[in-house]
Write a protein that binds this ligand. Structure first.
Ligand SMILES: [Fe+2]
Length: 256
């Protein structure tokens, strides 16, 4: 979430990677530039500080400048796959690693805040379609990022894809849920992984701004919190290289 998110990831990620022998880092990046969208510069910065692949959400396409990168198969960034036909960018791509290809898919829940009016295709059917199309490609595993509001939706898609993908990781709330687990057929899951950025804020936005708006009932611009305590939320997924399924999913929550 904004510059605070980049800063906390850049400060903490190297140690987390070393301590846990992390091979690949995937981040949901839709809020990285001023809280809405992704600039080319911030995408490059995330790559520089150790993020291998960026998934998406309802703000992924807010800044037009990212589109040429989104449409390039070789650039590790995607937007939700269940946007209607003709939406710029790609909703899934492969990440090449030393251990093999990882298929990464981004999906949007059908009820996401103000964007719930915008048309999206059924995420379950879109996931089926992608998995069928990519069935014959040899891959290490498949990671799905499901960006949605409803915990029920996020649970259901986890169980729907259980045993077919390595992990289904929910997000969008910015608040982590305490339910990281391996589902019965071997898919790693969490309802919401949480955010990286300011801790003492309203989801990354300055509290005085949000409280003032709430008291006055007048619309105002979001101002991101840049100071104070920071948080990094993530999950560590251990993938079985033979089956492509999850051996474990462990939450990481660091306050700095
Ligand atoms: Fe979002």
């Amino acid at each position: 979430m904004g510059p605070a998110g980049i800063k906390v990831v850049s400060d903490l990620l190297p140690r987390i990677k070393t301590e846990n022998k992390v091979d690949v880092v995937i981040a949901q990046a839709e809020n990285v530039s001023d809280g809405k969208g992704i600039t080319q510069e911030d995408f490059k910065e995330l790559r520089r500080i150790g993020v291998d692949f960026c998934t998406g959400g309802n703000w992924s396409l807010f800044k037009d400048e990212i589109v040429p990168i989104m449409v390039d198969k070789n650039q590790p960034i995607i937007r939700p796959a269940n946007y209607p036909e003709g939406t710029p960018g790609l909703g899934y791509k492969y990440l090449e690693t030393d251990m093999g290809k990882i298929l990464v898919i981004s999906l949007l829940g059908q009820i996401v805040g103000r964007d719930s009016e915008k048309p999206t295709d059924n995420p379950l059917k879109v996931a089926d379609k992608i998995l069928k199309e990519e069935e014959s490609t040899k891959k290490l595993t498949t990671i799905v990022n499901f960006h949605g509001d409803f915990s029920s939706e996020k649970k259901v898609i986890g169980y729907y894809l259980d045993g077919r993908v390595g992990a289904v990781i929910g997000d969008h709330w910015h608040i982590p849920t305490a339910d990281a687990m391996v589902l019965p057929k071997g898919t790693g899951h969490i309802t919401d992984v949480g955010m990286c950025g300011s801790l003492d804020s309203s989801l990354g936005v300055r509290l005085d701004v949000v409280i003032g708006r709430w008291l006055d009932n007048k619309p105002s611009r979001n101002v991101l919190e840049a100071d104070g305590r920071m948080q990094l939320n993530a999950v560590l997924i251990d993938i079985n290289e033979t089956t492509g399924l999850a051996k474990s999913v462990k939450q990481v929550q660091v306050i700095k």
